[in-house]
Design a protein around this ligand. Structure first.
Ligand code: ATP
Length: 458
């Protein structure tokens, strides 16, 4: 079997910036070399990453973790201090707002200017200009200098050029979050088109949903280091766990991720791997249309990758799904009501308490859920030693398949709302395949199709 072509290879990549305590120090260094006190700051440290052609990889990490620096080095707009970058293919990059366009030029002039930078000939840009302008959809502003644009207009035009340049590698740094939802949807559709054509996509986003939906793989960067890479759902779940961990726990998690989290066959990936056998058994269900279905409970149907957050004085216990009559169930029927419930033990007193649940697909896409209270009517005070039972009745308007549930307890500490406890993929259930089931997609909207022959040749 031939190995896949590498689109991007990063080897022992590091980037150092100079930091000055005062702006005058920078000037001093120019005028009096050796006299200024610049500190070396490593924004990226020893990054090794290989991205195959045709793969879509999402980069996640906290603010200032080094994501943009990494993308700029791959795009060639920034030089690494150490290490090697190999890029095979033509890159189109949507980096920081403001890069790539000349503010004095009109939108149209910038399309030509930018198109040339992206490797298109004058004729190619002329041929594509109408498509680019239609995609950007900024009306007459296309003839105005881009310095008069709003950030949304700017992104529209930048994205329209980048996507129409037919790149082998598309790099998108958060830019999409500036556009409105309809435009974002349009961009995602075009990114899917590019993926279909075999392009490689590198994507930075703070949106966990986008990463899970769009990417084949995710990489977590923290403090300039690549901590974890693997299936998006696993990396995102661990990133959230990392974000919400108390400071003193973070160092421990960092070490664990670095030790175990950089190869797909690592213990960590295995521990959190999506339960493939469930997907296969779903298929078996679907091939057995004669089965009489009823709500059931399979004790072996359990998530294999529950991620529990570090408790902050509350602990979620016994999350489970039952019928309205209280019978435990995880083999459900579509279009019936069930109850998702759990108990919470408070080892410490808590303020402004709320509880939540979320139902997700097997890829981690958040379908829907609810909070027990709004911000304004949260439970004012819960004393230490309390045990609270929470239940959420829900209508299972879902297609056959496997689904996962999150649970969370929120409270306020030092004025900030945080998770006092959270369990990602705390429970799961399967909606059984029913041969009478006619709905398509994930959600059953109870569509009532009516077909009538209005004229017949007979
Ligand atoms: N030109 C520069 N000079 C000095 N330090 C810099 C420079 N550019 C970035 N940094 C620092 O490098 C670190 C990484 O920055 P970078 O912009 O790559 O992070 P990021 O993960 O993209 O952050 P965000 O999510 O906030 O966009 C930060 O601490 C930042 O302050």
């Amino acid at each position: 079997m031939s190995s896949p072509t590498r689109a991007i290879v990063l080897e022992n990549l590091s980037k150092a910036y100079k930091r000055y305590h005062h702006p005058t120090e920078r000037l001093k260094e120019l005028l009096l070399p050796g006299k200024a006190k610049a500190e070396t700051f490593w924004a990226l440290r020893d990054i090794n990453l290989e991205i195959n052609a045709g793969e879509t990889v999402g980069i996640i990490g906290r603010n200032g973790s080094g994501k943009s620096t990494l993308l700029q080095i791959i795009a060639g707009t920034l030089q690494p201090s150490q290490g090697e970058v190999t890029v095979n293919g033509r890159i189109s990059a949507l980096l920081e707002l403001g890069s790539g366009f000349n503010p004095e030029f009109t939108g149209k002039q910038n399309v030509f200017f930018n198109g040339r930078i992206l490797g298109l000939s004058q004729e190619e840009i002329t041929a594509r200009f109408d498509d680019i302008a239609a995609f950007a959809d900024i009306g007459d502003f296309i003839h105005q200098p881009v310095k008069t644009y709003s950030s949304g207009m700017y992104v529209r035009l930048a994205f329209a050029v980048a996507i129409n340049a037919d790149p082998d590698i598309l790099i998108v740094d958060e830019a999409l979050s500036v556009g409105d939802e309809a435009f974002q949807r349009k961009c995602f559709a075009r990114i899917y088109d590019l993926q279909e054509k075999g392009a490689t996509v590198l994507f930075v986003s703070h949106s966990a949903g986008s990463i899970v939906e769009l990417c084949d793989r995710a990489a977590l960067i923290d403090d300039g280091e690549l901590l974890l890479q693997g299936a998006p759902k696993i990396v995102i779940a661990n990133y959230q766990k990392f974000l919400f961990a108390p400071i003193e726990k973070r160092a421990e998690l960092r070490e664990m991720y670095k030790r175990e989290g950089t190869s797909d066959d690592s213990a960590l990936a295995e521990q959190f791997a999506a339960p493939k056998q469930l997907i296969e058994s779903d298929r078996q269900d679907q091939t057995d249309p004669s089965r009489m279905l009823e709500v059931g409970y399979d004790p072996y149907l359990k998530p294999q990758h529950t991620i529990e957050y570090q408790s902050q004085g509350a602990k979620i216990k016994n999350p489970s799904v039952t019928t309205l009559a209280g019978r435990q169930a995880n083999l459900l029927l579509s279009n019936e009501k069930y109850i998702y419930s759990y108990s919470v033990y408070f080892s410490q007193e808590a303020f402004q308490v709320r509880f939540g649940m979320m139902i997700k697909t097997i890829t981690g896409f958040e379908l829907g859920g609810a909070a027990s209270h709004t911000h304004r009517n949260a439970i004012e005070y819960v004393s230490a030693g309390s045990l609270i039972y929470v239940s959420f009745e829900f209508f299972c308007a879902l297609a056959p398949g496997a689904y996962f549930l999150n649970s969370g307890v929120l409270g306020r500490i030092n004025g900030e709302e945080i998770y006092l406890d959270r369990a990602v993929d705390a429970s799961m259930f399967k909606v059984q395949s029913d041969h009478n089931y006619k709905a398509t997609g994930i959600v059953d909207f109870q569509v009532d199709p009516k077909v009538s022959i209005t004229s017949s040749a007979l």
